[in-house]
Design a protein around this ligand. Structure first.
Ligand code: SF4
Length: 491
């Protein structure tokens, strides 16, 4: 911590900042040709919180051409008027923002991935983690396939090319049947737009509509940004195809049974999104209210850690009658963290700045609400900052249960021994982070606050909803060389 112009700043290495989503995806079909790249751009902007490492847009050019551009950086850094203007008017386009939880931080791993194969030219954008990707890759290599990157999406593309169906949709469908794990995808092929959500629906995917256009996006906040109306969630296990004339048909993958990631509601998604018909805002607010009823703490003020715990903090305040104040201010221009996610960069670089509102907390007993404690180092630093800024007591109340187990489905929570809750109980964690008291919401209360549907809760109780017994903690990652920036209009 250092003093800058009368303010206390806390400097937190990127690695300390908790959990991170891998990607955001969007796809649009329009009945008429138009500059869809611009709309994809605005949609990606709304999904920026899901990945800040790279961004890309692919547009169908005609039945067998795809123009695309992708590069490292935030959406605003990758795309300017110049790049957008170069992408052709089209009826179908997809986009992607990436955070590299799996795979190297490199433009070659940026998406959409565009390739030419059995079914002609295709572009694929993927969110999630395919847990048998390594196994499939090894099989493909034995068959003579070659790989350029460490992306799951390249394995998926290769598999689609390998299954040997005459018809493209059947090929994609058969390939998806072989995938295990989390995959929400949008695909461009032969002027068609295809949206897919894995049989558990781990990662969100919604469908919207605007003036005859159909939009698929990771979160409904992207539909709002485009002024599109939310139609429904893509069902877990659903494969939806939009034909060039706008006809829509859908098919279900075998074994579909919705069990989406509850962490989307706890932390990952934007508060103004709706996922599987559950309002993220309402679930966080309700969770805060439940926490207030469960844990009656003698304190002067309550506050939420910005941004994702602010809503729960307000819920706690309303239910407890303890006034809500802003205790921490976040510099919004830093990005959501993990812009450069290599291990060395995470450990050494300073990526976020929080400062304390000293006059709000000086001499006060504070209840601090946070969405989760993953590694514990951030909580420790925040509590230390708040004490140094004058808080006389800091009681930590967490709007999720203890994170005890890793995630294998696209959220960057590493091996169990890196999780502070992996081998420690709440009392031990409380001592380590330096709080006066520490309370977690019980899992059944969290599920209730999140609408009571059947969720994946694996990182809390090891109930992953698919068999992960053959996966080790550290998933193998292939390293590879860098490639140049790509910009092509492919023939
Ligand atoms: S293990 Fe946790 S973070 Fe991963 S999908 Fe399940 S609920 Fe989400």
């Amino acid at each position: 911590m250092k003093e800058i112009e009368g303010r206390d700043y806390i400097l937190i290495p990127e690695r300390d900042l908790g959990v991170h989503e891998e990607c955001g995806i969007i796809g649009i079909y329009s009945p008429e040709k138009k500059p869809l790249a611009r709309e994809i751009y605005f949609g990606l902007f709304a999904l920026q919180h899901r990945g800040q490492e790279s961004a890309g847009i692919a547009c169908s050019y005609n039945a067998n051409k795809i123009a695309y551009y992708k590069n490292m950086g935030l959406v605003s850094e990758v795309f300017h008027d110049e790049e957008i203007a170069l992408l052709p008017e089209t009826k179908t386009a997809i986009g992607h923002v990436r955070y590299a939880a799996g795979g190297t931080s490199n433009v070659i791993n940026a998406q959409p991935v565009v390739f030419f194969g059995r079914y002609g030219r295709m572009a694929v954008a993927h969110n999630g983690n395919v847990i048998n990707a390594r196994e499939i890759r090894n099989e493909m290599i034995k068959k003579g396939h070659i790989f350029q990157s460490s992306r799951d999406v390249e394995v998926i593309a290769s598999l689609m090319n390998d299954v040997g169906e005459d018809n493209m949709e059947d090929g994609i469908y058969e390939a998806c049947k072989k995938l295990k794990g989390a995959f929400s995808m949008v695909i461009l092929a032969a002027n068609k737009l295809i949206a897919i959500r894995d049989p558990r629906g781990f990662r969100p995917l919604v469908m919207g509509e605007k003036d005859g256009s159909i939009v698929f996006a990771s979160e409904s906040c992207a539909l709002d940004a485009l002024d599109a109306k939310l139609v429904r969630d893509v069902k877990a296990g659903e494969v939806i195809t939009i034909e060039p004339d706008g006809t829509m048909h859908s098919k279900m993958l075998p074994g579909a049974g919705r069990k989406p990631c509850i962490f989307e509601l706890v932390y990952l998604a934007r508060s103004d999104s709706t996922i599987d018909e559950v309002s993220v805002y309402d679930s966080r607010y309700e969770c805060g209210k439940m926490l207030a009823k469960l844990y009656k703490i003698d304190a002067d003020i309550v506050s939420g850690v910005p941004d994702s715990a602010v809503v729960a903090g307000r819920g706690y305040s309303v239910a407890s009658g303890i006034p809500y104040v802003d205790a921490l201010s976040k510099n919004r221009y830093v990005g959501r963290t993990f812009i450069q996610p290599s291990q060395s960069q995470r450990e050494s670089s300073v990526k976020i700045k929080l400062n304390a509102f000293k006059s709000n907390i000086r001499g006060k007993r504070l209840i601090l609400i946070d969405d989760s404690i993953v590694r514990g180092t951030t909580s420790k630093k925040i509590i230390s900052l708040l004490r140094a800024s004058g808080a006389t007591e800091v009681h930590m109340v967490v709007a999720s249960p203890i994170v005890k187990y890793p995630c294998y489905f696209g959220v960057d929570m590493d091996t169990r021994d890196q999780l502070i809750g992996g081998y420690r109980n709440a009392d031990e964690i409380c001592k380590i982070i330096g709080a006066d008291s520490l309370h977690y919401v019980p899992l059944d209360c969290l599920v209730k606050a999140c609408g009571g549907i059947d969720y994946c809760t694996g990182c809390f109780n090891e109930d992953y909803s698919v068999d992960v017994s053959d996966i080790c903690d550290e998933k193998g990652i292939l390293s590879r060389a860098c490639c140049d920036i790509e910009f092509e209009c492919e023939e």
